[in-house]
Design a protein around this ligand. Sequence first.
Ligand SMILES: [Zn+2]
Length: 109
Amino acid sequence: MGCPLAAAPHCPRETEPAPGCTQRGVEAGPVSGPKAIVRHENWTITPDREPDAEPVTHQFECAVCGEMSGADGDWEPPQTWAIQHSGRNPSHHTYREIIRRPWRTFMNA
Ligand SMILES: [Zn+2]
């Protein structure tokens, strides 16, 4: 069963959420009393550029046989691997690049 106030964005502020409604009311009305204190938690996500972040890596996967190069911080080693892989397997011409990039979330102050 959904929220009984289908037109409203949330269940009423003072009540428990209805079964199936995952959101408690978060919009404080103009007459908010002590019971209506609601904590907003806003999160931001950003690429992780901290010194302890995991490295960005590039890796190639052969789309024909699934063999993979090593993961490397540079472009060249995976590309060299792909050229050599095609040399050993002349019918393998297509590759996927897999980029791993670290991200970090933080709670806004
Ligand atoms: Zn291959």
